[in-house]
Design a protein. Structure first.
Lengths: 412, 412
DNA sequence: CTTTTATTAAATCAAGTTGAATGATTTAAC
DNA sequence: GTTAAATCATTCAACTTGATTTAATAAAAG
């Protein structure tokens, strides 16, 4: 509880991660220092969400006095996290000085690593993607992948004329179960060599940066909270179409990971898919059996063995019978999954994103909107809206990039 | 943000509810006053969970200094929320003075109101049930029920030689969907006259006390958090056997109600129950179709039309074929529901409670423990434990009684 | 139409207040 | 004599308060 230096300054960022900014533990008391740190976060988050704002407006948003906001804003300007825009005019009174997030105040890289590809994106503090990088691969071993990841990240930073020290950190979106505490994947299906490998620590050491792991679905969900449809929705469930199908949830505005880090495993809800067939996960009737890219390509494999993701648009345009059949079956399973989520979580929105081509996603959403009223409890006055995610293709990488930012901004 | 008098004193409790103790809003800043209120709550909660404790022990639990704890404890002693026990001895150093929750510091009543019964319980601040009251009825109208509720509450208070002003409030556990903001039930099935009736305000006015509504399942879940298995489990799902079957969840130590207050509607998960029959709720294959007291009695109605809840123990003892058949079928549906919860919420525990006789609950739990390993994803290293709730029969009323206490204690 | 004055609201200054932290001291045991 | 709890007296950090400054628009006067 000693007073610690909150300034970023020139200390190594990885060090900063090891000695994180003070956040109150469960059932720990607060003191002025914590209150101050929290207030700084609150101001930052307020400006991020509703900026640009004048000091007076921040004040009324946060229920802190003008004076306090003035002091905090000054500090944040000093730290380079906020920047001053012009003065407003057209109204009476001294014209307000607008402040906003300083895009150059910091940067973060997000990567999405899966069995078939590696995507990276570099964000500035305002959340603007500055540059993407993409690489297709096939079940790479860690020895192959890790150097490539490092190279990709350093490349992005160099391209933009930045220094590594300006990065706040690297977020990594990963498939399959993970142990966030240990910083590892745990028994990821079809991904040999990665089980229990301390990815976080290895990358953190190679890059001398804090590294944050999340499932790709949760990363996408958090990204959506950052700059998408979730910006002013406190409770939603994100359905992520990846190699399989995953889910991530934001509850009370915060990511919820459950007791064992792997909440939101949407793909393995037992919805009686494929006639209650046994799933490779060990369960039966898993949703993923009928809703996933692999099930789609399995369905197409006889008639169109050459089909790839990019062809699906066209097939839909042609009303391909097999594709339509798959979609109808997928909608059936999805409906059960969504009704489950509605009843269990009662979220405000269900957001769809990921690598299934947008027209197919739209088809599914439209169909589901017709089906759900006949499946859900009639008495409920309110039910979630189905939304298309604002970031689609690189949703997971984008989301992962917000992890280091989330870590600093989101008021805990 | 003006300094407000936090002392309880002699102001009307209903007034106190209208002007609640200051709790920080989302994205609002903190000041010393809020910090202090929070710290008081933290101290109370710490003592409640691990008491009796010395000031020094509270200090190390909360990361606040000895001196600060001394000040806060003094204030709480003054307010009568804590009491001093004896000094410890047997160790070196000045003997610690133990403090604990003062049972006489306040009281709360919980009622469980359903179509077939009314149960009430009076708790003291230490969470000890002082007296129960119970009443069987059948689909009472509000005009019949409300006077009886008032009478029952006043009776309990009188019996214990207390004054109504000593009550912190009344918690009400209710079936079926409710609108907590409005303080009403919303289209409760088979409960005419109660739809949108402002129960909370009516009771609050009749009693001049703050009244808190929850679903019976959520109330039971919160009760379990207060003095049961949930005491040191931050994330669990509670399965409540009532007239139907409900659910309530505690996530990150806090009740989660979703965006529309009705999260945890376990009974209407579409698990393909009864061959995907249509449920009276409008959905299909709802869990409740095969797991509920009414489905059980429907199954028994031919062979044993006279059977009642109290007879079920005996039937189980006799290995009654119909009962066993029902249990097996119920376990089948429950398994799907629980696997869903495991995958979606990844809680630390799943707790069973409510009005299904304990031996039947135990039978189900045992059976489920055998089934789940074959249904869940194999790769997961951790999975929830299945537990029997510590409060069974009156779980909802007991839980409801903790609502007013929860409201004051739980650090927000 | 220009100039002056009033009004409005943002931002800041200086002092006051609150409650936690600090360091020294007292107390009661072994 | 040692140890540890509890308290006393003081310090300190950060928020609040109330007054003041600043810069704009609107209204009034010349």
């Amino acid at each position: 509880m000693k007073s610690t230096d909150v300034q970023a300054g020139s200390i190594s960022r990885a060090d900063a991660a090891r000695k994180p900014s003070p956040v109150r533990k469960k059932l720990a008391g607060t003191n002025l220092e914590f209150a101050h740190v929290l207030n700084q976060r609150v101001v930052l988050e307020t400006v991020r969400l509703w900026g640009p704002l004048s000091r007076a407006e921040i004040s009324s948003h946060t229920y802190l006095t003008n004076q306090t906001i003035s002091n905090i804003v000054d500090k944040l300007l000093d730290r380079g996290l906020l920047e001053t825009l012009g003065r407003r005019s057209g109204q009476r009174g001294q014209p307000a000085i607008e402040v906003n997030i300083n895009p150059k105040g910091g940067y973060a890289v997000g990567i999405h690593l899966d069995r078939d590809h590696l995507t990276a994106v570099l964000l500035d503090l305002a959340g603007t993607p500055l540059e993407y990088a993409h690489l297709e691969w096939s079940f790479p071993s860690p020895d192959e992948a890790l150097p490539l990841i490092e190279k990709m990240i350093r490349g992005l930073v160099e391209d933009q004329g930045l220094r590594m020290e300006e990065l706040w950190g690297v977020g990594v979106g990963l498939p399959g179960p993970l142990d966030i505490g240990a910083g590892t994947l745990v028994a990821p299906p079809n991904f040999p060599g990665w089980d229990e490998l301390p990815i976080r620590d290895i990358l953190s050491k190679r890059l001398d940066l804090p590294v944050f792991l999340e499932t790709d679905a949760m990363a996408a969900a958090m990204g959506e909270r950052w700059f998408g449809a979730g910006k002013d929705v406190e409770d939603y469930f994100y359905v992520f179409f990846g190699v399989g199908i995953g889910g991530g949830m934001i509850l009370n505005g915060q990511p919820y990971r459950g007791a064992f880090d792997n909440a939101g495993m949407f793909g393995h809800l037992p919805v009686g898919a494929s006639g209650n067939m046994r799933c490779s996960c060990g369960g039966i009737g898993c949703l993923e059996l009928s809703v996933s890219l692999s099930s789609l390509f399995a369905a197409l494999s006889m008639a169109r063995p050459e089909a790839r993701v990019n062809d699906l648009d066209m097939l839909l345009g042609e009303n391909d019978a097999i594709l339509i059949g798959w979609l109808e079956n997928a909608a059936e399973s999805l409906a059960a999954g969504l009704v489950t989520i509605e009843h269990l979580l009662s979220p405000k929105a269900i957001i769809f994103g990921g690598r299934l081509p947008v027209p197919l996603q739209k088809w599914l959403i439209e169909r589901l909107e017709m089906m759900l009223p006949q499946r859900r409890m009639r008495a409920l006055r309110h039910h979630p809206v189905l939304l298309q995610a604002s970031a689609i293709e690189s949703a997971a990488a984008l989301g992962a990039a917000t992890l280091p930012l989330f870590n600093e901004f989101a008021p805990g």
